[in-house]
Design a protein around this ligand. Structure first.
Ligand code: UDP
Ligand code: MN
Length: 300
């Protein structure tokens, strides 16, 4: 993105939507509240399907939707629709969505979004496919039409500018989001891509700074480093492996989102040597958080 002069974007201007479900409140969500959400509490809105008094008592912005608590296309589109409508009703400039297994780095997010024209049409995220997805849009008379478009994986997080979100309204507001999703028979994140790229003709901005557990998280940073850099640094390092490892660790800390989860039957996480063992911090989110915010009370 081209850099534009002007006042730097503030966190207060970003609406951060987190999608979760009742059975993940005490596991996944608690970890996020302890870590990055503690820095973005007022701007972060939790979209769930189950009331939770403990979360309310903590002062979390909890939005209990009437969406089903399952992993179906319909239930997930229902939550995305609620996220979109809540953002539209807010006064924020940017909409960002993450899942409850994402770590969001607030400073990295702000510097990414600041580099876009603030009143432009922006859809930024990371695709998990290496080519546009093919969908079969249902048409009148049981016909279908093949359409191709990029979409940002919901599990890696993505953002939309307000101006673009406003243009999406004819296919996204109220009950329309779920209708659009049903029309292409694809999940919520694909539906956002369909509306932006296919309906509005706006191209998604592909960013390497978003990460889902569908990619090998151990490789974070490797791609953004020019091939020559690591070997070139080696002779200067006292401990070769140590040097390139900490470089990669720094790169992890510059990403906008991170994730964790199972991938090909193995635990997929980023590699950081933090203050917590893999047993105490299997997701590595606590270690990342303590590297980013070392003054946090529970950080060693
Ligand atoms: N999720 C949900 N309802 C469910 C299962 C999952 O809202 O019944 C949410 C979950 O909280 C997460 C997202 O959907 O934010 C993706 O779920 P998960 O990470 O379990 O699966 P993935 O699609 O990443 O494999
Ligand atoms: Mn996930």
């Amino acid at each position: 993105p081209a850099s534009v002069p002007g006042p730097r974007l503030k966190l207060e201007q970003v609406f951060i939507a987190v999608k979760t479900t009742g059975r993940f409140h005490r596991t996944r969500l608690a970890l996020l509240l302890q870590t990055w959400i503690s820095k973005t509490k007022a701007q972060t809105f939790i979209f769930t399907d189950t009331e939770d008094e403990n979360l309310r008592a903590e002062g979390v912005n909890l939005l209990v939707t009437s969406c089903h608590s399952d992993h179906s296309q319909q239930a997930l589109s229902c939550k995305m629709s609620a996220e979109y409508d809540s953002f539209m009703a807010s006064d924020k400039r940017w909409f960002c969505h993450v899942d409850d297994d994402n770590y969001l780095n607030p400073e990295a997010l702000l510097s990414l979004l600041s580099r876009f024209p603030q009143d432009g049409d922006v859809y930024v995220g990371k695709p998990s496919l290496d080519k546009p997805i093919t969908a079969h849009e249902l048409m009148d008379g049981n016909k279908t039409r093949e359409v191709h478009f990029w979409f940002a994986t919901g599990g890696a997080g993505f953002c939309l500018s307000r101006r673009l979100a406003e243009k999406m309204a004819p296919w996204a507001s109220g009950s329309r989001f779920e209708l659009t999703s049903a029309k292409i028979r694809l999940p919520d994140d694909c539906t956002v891509g369909f509306i932006v790229e296919e309906r509005l003709g706006v191209s998604m901005v592909h960013s390497p700074l978003f990460h889902s557990h569908l990619e090998n998280l151990l490789l974070i940073g490797h791609r953004s480093l020019p091939q020559q850099v690591v070997p070139a640094l080696r002779p200067r390092c006292f401990l070769l492996s140590c040097c390139s490892l900490s470089l990669l660790m720094v790169l992890s800390l510059l990403q906008v989102t991170l994730s964790y989860g199972m991938f090909e039957n193995k635990m997929n996480t980023i590699e950081v040597q933090g203050s917590f063992t893999k047993e105490d911090d299997p997701s590595r989110f606590k270690s990342v958080h303590c590297l980013l915010f070392p003054l946090t009370s529970w950080c060693p």
